[in-house]
Design a protein around this ligand. Structure first.
Ligand code: F6R
Length: 243
């Protein structure tokens, strides 16, 4: 695991975008795993800026989102599919038919979870997976206690995660869905390169566990210690708990 402590979000954006740019230069049809939430936004902003400047062409890539809320109607402004299209794929010119997300509005959610795993495999797996981390150490929506061997499935969101995410629902925790479809920890571990971004003091404890804690389902992100190629991009506040 390589840990890079960056000066600011711009530097995080540049380093994260460099990983994607290098990949796409050699493999224009690369498969990107994409997280939603605030952490990866500097990377997405930099990628979009490079596309607009004509320095990067992302029109051949496919994306696979980590997770989706259950029960939000298609096109809901806080749905993760809407968010990833708004923040990255539409402005970066990635065609919507190659933008994949778990189908949180499906009638048969277990079938939708199995279908999502098959779609990732059929695409040849994820080349670079961008990740954030929750203040409780979750990655995707694998909350504490998630099996390290888990695959895409339905999960219940903790009260803490719903409170953390209420900012995307006009501050109303009760409006945040109670369930999601999420890639499992074993699904994420199959990505060939993982780039995790964390900023702000609220992430310091989770980052310390990720880098220096014992591998345990209590802090799900710690499973990444077993991954052969992980880059962790931090600001100083998020790095404050490291020894
Ligand atoms: C989002 C996701 C979550 C977030 C995490 C951190 O797709 O999978 O694990 O990465 O909750 O969220 P932010 O970046 O908003 O602090």
């Amino acid at each position: 695991m390589e840990v890079v402590i960056c000066r600011d979000e711009e530097e995080i954006g540049r380093l994260g975008a460099d990983v994607v740019s290098r990949l796409v230069r050699t493999r224009p049809e690369a498969v990107l795993g994409v997280a939603t939430g605030s952490s990866p936004r500097p990377v997405y902003a930099e990628l979009v800026a490079r596309v607009r400047a004509g320095e990067l062409d992302l029109s051949g890539v496919s994306t696979f989102s980590l997770d989706e809320y259950v029960g939000l109607p298609e096109g809901h402004p806080a749905s993760y599919r809407t968010e990833i299209r708004r923040e990255l794929t539409d402005p970066a010119g990635i065609p919507p038919e190659r933008v994949h997300s778990p189908q949180g509005s499906a009638g048969d959610l277990p079938a939708a979870a199995r279908a999502y795993e098959k779609r990732i495999a059929a695409a040849g797996g994820v080349d670079v997976q961008l990740l954030g981390i929750g203040s409780d150490g979750h990655i995707a929506f694998n909350e504490p206690g998630s099996s390290l061997a888990s695959r895409t499935r339905i999960k219940t969101l903790t009260r803490r995660t719903r409170e953390d995410n209420a900012r995307f629902f006009d501050g109303d925790t009760d409006a945040v869905p109670t369930h999601c479809l999420t890639q499992g920890l074993a699904t994420i571990m199959q990505a060939r390169h993982v780039v995790l971004v964390a900023t702000g003091e609220g992430k310091a404890r989770a980052v310390a566990q990720l880098v220096e804690g014992a591998v345990s389902a209590r802090w799900p992100a710690t499973v990444l210690q077993w991954h052969p190629h992980v880059s962790v991009l931090l600001d100083e506040a998020a790095a404050a708990g490291l020894g």
